[in-house]
Design a protein around this ligand. Structure first.
Ligand SMILES: Cc1ncc(COP(=O)(O)O)c(C=O)c1O
Length: 471
């Protein structure tokens, strides 16, 4: 197999893929098994088959670059970041030492400093991690070891009865984190929210007081900056006061909505962010960097080193250079180079360009909300705060509205028109339109609603309350 010939054909395929207008060529798992030979044989494949496999992979993958991919909190194609990703793989290395990753080490350091210039952590630090869930885990772990440093060596003393507090709609990674750090999921206390899905500070304070009265130790509050389903921003400023009063670590989960910090117009939603102890920021969501690109920022230098990775590994860290080896602050040993694609993108768009992209997302979400309010057959289910519009279709046929909306969503998915996700608000199924692709325009929003309304009308005509077919 000639590497040169293959490379030129691969670049052609990349070009073709980027022009492709298909969102998804839906195949059930058994159909995919028919279309692709997944097994590995003793003898390797030849050039022709190798190239064919690339085609098949691309043909049947979901085209998340497509402007009708509205299903997840990441989406879109980011050209400079894509280039960054390719060259990162080409100069394959691991982020632990300056010795093997000199340029990438300085780039990651620069990115952390830049991100901290937005958070207002004047003596801050941070590390790129393998996703927002892991950022939340490392933050909670760090908070545990701050309040109970002996846990690092002796393990967690259950008599401390550590308790963590989060928005009732917080991401499930907090429950996983509570499990992993040894306090258990029952030690994660969910705090009630208001009609906008924001944590109610008074409720939090009452729960902290009650916890202390039971002889427990509140040690961690996780606020969310754009909740997964509603896009709600917790009131950080008020909650920070409570955390200071009770000496509790305050973490802000900006995995979804943290990038709003780039917008001077909308940054007010993070008011008080500089008072938090840590902040999870995922450029792979609203900044459209290819997965994974995620950072955990901390307010105080030394925190990560002391609380989570106090390692002694002289076979790796030789301290021969004038800069810090970043691996000393990470729970990982081998670590992907995720800062470089972000750096390429930020260089390309500039800070002003990125601000515009975030403002555009918010503008499009506003537009989508207006359309929902205007159309009598659509019902807005929660007030919109940011990039998410939660709504449903009101069918004229007499039926279970949840079932109808689920069917509608499945029809849109399987016909490949639009991919939009859903969740439940008190047993009411809500379609969650989420605007995260910085390249989108008002035309794409209009097309989304055209697709949805057109498909709903057809469904109404042929409607029957059959169970949704699983394929
Ligand atoms: C609020 C929130 N926190 C955390 C996460 C997890 O982030 P990741 O998918 O990068 O692990 C998500 C993912 O959607 C999220 O919405």
């Amino acid at each position: 197999m000639s590497q040169n010939i293959i490379l030129s054909q691969v670049f052609e395929k990349i070009n073709d893929y980027l022009k492709k207008d298909t969102l998804i060529d839906y195949k059930a798992p058994f159909e995919l098994h028919d279309a692709i030979n997944f097994s590995i044989a003793e003898k390797g494949v030849g050039e022709h088959e190798f190239l064919e496999l690339i085609d098949k992979y691309l043909d049947y993958s979901v085209n998340t670059n497509h402007p009708q991919f509205l299903n997840q909190l990441y989406s879109g194609f980011n050209f400079p970041a894509f280039i960054g990703e390719i060259f990162t793989a080409l100069a394959n290395t691991s982020m632990y030492t300056y010795e093997v990753a000199p340029v990438a080490t300085l780039i990651e350091t620069e990115m952390i400093q830049l991100m901290n210039s937005y958070t207002g952590y004047k003596n801050g630090d941070g590390i790129f991690v393998s996703g927002g869930s892991n950022a939340n885990l490392v933050a909670m772990f760090s908070a545990r070891n701050q309040i109970a440093p002996e846990s690092r060596h002796k393990g967690y003393d259950k008599n401390l009865k550590l308790r963590a507090f989060v928005n009732e709609h917080a991401h499930y990674s907090f429950a996983n984190a509570a499990n992993i750090i040894g306090i258990g999921t029952e030690s994660l206390i969910k705090i009630k929210t208001d009609e906008n899905g924001r944590m109610i500070p008074k409720e939090l304070e009452q729960k902290i007081i009650a916890s202390k009265k039971r002889g427990e130790t509140p040690f961690f509050v996780g606020v969310t900056c754009a909740t997964t389903l509603f896009g709600a921003y917790d009131p950080i400023d008020e909650i920070a006061e409570i955390c200071q009063k009770y000496n509790v670590w305050l973490h802000a989960d900006g995995s979804f909505g943290g990038s709003i910090i780039l917008s001077s117009q909308h940054r007010y939603l993070l008011k008080g962010i500089e008072k938090t102890n840590s902040f999870a920021w995922n450029p792979h969501k609203l900044m459209n960097i290819p997965l994974i690109c995620s950072a955990l920022l901390v307010k105080t230098k030394g925190t990560l080193h002391h609380n989570i990775a106090d390692v002694d590994a002289d076979y790796l860290f030789h301290d021969l250079n004038l800069v810090e080896d970043l691996g000393k602050k990470s729970i990982q040993c081998g670590r992907r180079v995720d800062a470089v694609k972000l750096w390429f993108a930020w260089k390309y768009f500039g800070t002003a360009g990125y601000e515009k992209r975030i403002d555009n997302l918010m503008h499009l979400a506003e537009l989508a909300e207006k359309i929902v309010i205007k159309r009598t057959k659509l019902e807005l289910l929660t007030p919109r705060q940011s990039f998410t519009v939660c709504f449903r279709y009101l069918p004229e046929v007499d039926t279970d509205i949840n079932h109808f909306n689920l069917l509608l969503r499945e029809e849109l998915r399987k016909t490949g028109k639009t991919l939009v996700n859903y969740g439940y608000i008190n047993n009411i199924l809500t379609l969650r339109l989420v605007i995260t692709n910085g390249e989108m325009s008002p035309k794409d929003i209009a097309l989304f609603f055209d697709n949805l309304l057109e498909t709903a009308l057809i469904l109404e005509k042929n409607y029957s309350i059959e169970p949704i077919e699983k394929r």
